[in-house]
Design a protein around this ligand. Sequence first.
Ligand code: NIG
Ligand code: FE
Length: 396
Amino acid sequence: MSLIYNIGLLSGIQPQGVLRLEGTAQGKTGFLENAWLQIENGRIAAFGPMSTCPSLEGIDARGGMVMPGFCDSHTHIVYAGSRDGEFLDKINGLSYEEIAARGGGILNSADLLHQTPEDELYRQSMTRVQEMMDKGTVALEIKSGYGLNPSDELKMLRVIRHIKESVPAAVKSTFLGAHAVGRGYTHEAYVQAVIDMIPQAAEYADFIDVFCDEGFFTVEDTDRILTAAGHLLTPKIHANELAVSGGVQVGVKHLALSVDHLERTTDAEIEALRGTWTMPTMLPGSSFFLGLPYGRAKDYIKAGLGVALASDYNPGSSPSGDMRFVMAQGCIKMRLTPIEAFNAVTLNSAYAMGVSEQYGSITVGKRAALILTEPGWDLTKLAYQYQTPYIREVIL
Ligand code: NIG
Ligand code: FE
């Protein structure tokens, strides 16, 4: 049992049973000034105002803010080496598609991954997980998708499982065999190979993903793959990053838990998502890095939907897992209020990876996966002064 007392501001309080926040609810959260919070068996046991504090033994927050840690529902942090060699091509004006067409991009990462022994892949990936946890991420989803053949995809899924077993953060695993056509396959043969991999992948993974976008996989491919996955794996789909792809609609059809990217969205996508359980998820880090439009998060919220934000941490389109920067971009570039952006990187992103019963808010019974800040911080300052160090401790 432990107690945090003298909390200047307890932020992100939600009642039990609230698993996502939509429409105007996304702009609200609960606060308590001058508070204490009790932790028992790794869970939030109780909290209240200092006037009712049960004791003064434990962690003195000295006026710092306590908030739920970040949930990052979309990452590709298991990869080998780096793609910094393509960084210059990008600076010199080549697009993501042009770099990929030259054999760079995802296939370049697949070649590097193929050459890298499994324990070394684990070691390299763990440095990124540690970096993310140090920055306050307490739950993360990790995708395969740099294997692109049965043995290398399984290698990735084993590494994700190994990470899951060795870190205090919650880890969810996604089979993204359909990330690009693997070397040596025709498009058709590779789609079939992905379908054939599903039963084995399902032993490791929680979710299935398809890069449903121009130049990668079509709506028909996606439909076939998700039909084959059936009840084995819940979909989370890459859609509408490079073009209006139809990925949102096919994702909704297959009850995807989330549809992600959405840099290119028309009103039809917003309409397709209304009244569904699918969480629209935007990845401002890839808009920033690739110079793509930012997602229309505000329009989704106006339409009564909820929005999640995630980092997309990967070597090609978003080499950063900094969720505080994601939150700041939500405010600065997507015009979300600090509370809307905060809910997008905590409770709604927890929902988008199926962990919002345990993570994403200050709620009795949830995991005590928390960020304790230095004195004087609040949610607005967090996004506004987005580079100033603020974390005193990540409690996991
Ligand atoms: O989410 N868009 C597809 N996949 C990743 C990029 C992967 C890569 O370039 O290595 C993304 O942006
Ligand atoms: Fe991605």
